[in-house]
Write a protein that binds this ligand. Structure first.
Ligand code: SP5
Ligand code: ZN
Length: 392
């Protein structure tokens, strides 16, 4: 597939909130060999993200304040603005909501799961108006030996059927935020697939890589990275790679593509024997059926620093190049940071510039999708360092 690159044009950058993609100058004539500058990177951000604001998650017998807070995304936007980087657009700036997006959503996730998520908040408040002031948090699950094939009527039971942890509160604006966020990812992918953009960043929350076909968990509801990968496939890229650099294994993304040969999944993450999500992400998970050989897990021990992490990244990049990927999705979590409150790697802020440079060496059309990162004040610097390293 022809890769279109565009020359840097500082005039195309818009101020936050004022971006109107339709009003932007048309793409300049591709000039092969001239790399598009980050200053020009399309940032599709989610104006509805703050409606998803969980109060508490379960931790060691207590409800503790949520780590995945709206301020995370605001810090990234602020950092982009301060460095004068990125061309900001919201989904509404790019395209009206359409049936094709809903159809894509229903191919990645199951229709019963989507129906449940969409109606869950109203059901929750319908049980008792006082619930409007509380988060819905699951507490019962159909584990081994119990039946997951019969959808219960009871709301708490269905909340458990469609989830896998008690750390992912569902709130009044969760569905709207997740839905708009998924659109950010798909629109970013389509902008890159069309050749108009060398790269784009879907800046959204809630994150997505833990969400499976029919389950939420790990602060995730809809799998934004998987949707982006599928959108790239649908746009004609025969082979797409997803590289997950979040601290936690992307169990949802792995599961969605585990038996497919057209989407390669590679992940660097904390060893699941000690780190969340615990029940997937081991090195011996290499894909199954037609997907055998197209899944690469590189678990690393808690405490891993940049040198060892960077070596593993090199291994993943080599595998992706060997796979012959025509496009790349990066699940970009920065909870690998040494100051992250819930994670255990030791990357320092300047290391993220090197991460971006390493990703750029693949020279692939690239869609970045925002995932984790909970050292809230540093999330902006670390995330934008990756983008700057990629574009510089
Ligand atoms: C997208 C993503 O990064 N999801 C991560 C989900 C992790 N959930 C479990 C975390 C448990 C951490 N509790 C630590 C409390 C420290 N006071
Ligand atoms: Zn994470």
């Amino acid at each position: 597939m022809q890769r279109a690159v565009r020359a840097f044009d500082g005039g195309k950058r818009c101020e936050h909130g004022a971006a109107r993609l339709a009003q932007m100058p048309a793409a300049t004539t591709p000039r092969p060999g001239v790399a598009q500058n980050l200053r020009d990177m399309l940032i599709v951000h989610n104006p509805d993200h703050a409606g998803h604001a969980g109060r508490q998650e379960m931790f060691r017998g207590r409800l503790v304040p949520c780590h995945e807070v709206p301020q995370r995304l605001d810090h990234v936007l602020t950092e982009l603005r301060e460095r004068g980087l990125g061309r900001l657009a919201t989904p509404a700036d790019i395209a009206p909501a359409d049936a094709a997006f809903e159809a894509l959503l229903a191919r990645v996730h199951t229709p019963p799961y989507l129906r449940f998520l969409q109606g869950a908040w109203d059901e929750w408040v319908g049980l008792d108006p006082a619930h409007a002031a509380l988060d819905a948090l699951p507490s019962v699950w159909p584990v081994r030996g119990l039946r997951a094939d019969v959808e219960p009527i009871n709301f708490a039971a269905r909340l458990g059927l469609y989830s896998f942890d008690a750390g992912t509160p569902l709130t009044a604006g969760s569905w709207a935020a997740a839905h708009a966020g998924a659109r950010c990812a798909v629109l970013a992918a389509q902008a890159v697939a069309g050749g108009g953009e060398r790269s784009a960043f879907a800046l959204t929350r809630p994150p997505g890589h833990h969400a499976g076909a029919d389950c939420f968990g790990g602060y995730c509801f809809l799998n934004n990275a998987a949707l982006a990968a599928q959108a790239l496939r649908d746009a004609g890229h025969a082979r797409v790679a997803v590289l997950d650099v979040d601290y936690h294994h992307g169990n949802g993304t792995q599961s969605l593509f585990y038996e497919r040969a057209d989407v390669f999944f590679a992940s660097l993450h904390g060893d699941p024997r000690t780190e969340y999500p615990f029940f997937l992400g081991h090195a011996d998970e290499r894909g199954a059926g037609a997907g055998a050989g197209f899944n690469l897990n590189l678990p690393l021990p808690r405490g891993t620093g940049f040198a060892a992490w960077r070596a593993a990244l090199g291994q993943a990049l080599e595998a992706i190049a060997g796979f012959g990927a025509g496009a790349l999705v990066v699940s970009l979590g920065v909870d690998t940071f040494e100051g992250d409150p819930i994670s255990g790697f030791r990357l320092a802020s300047p290391d993220y510039l090197a991460v971006g440079r390493a990703l750029a060496e693949l020279a692939l059309p690239t869609v970045f999708v925002f995932e984790g990162g909970y050292a809230v004040a540093e999330v902006g610097v670390n995330t934008v360092n990756v983008l700057e390293g990629f574009g510089a």
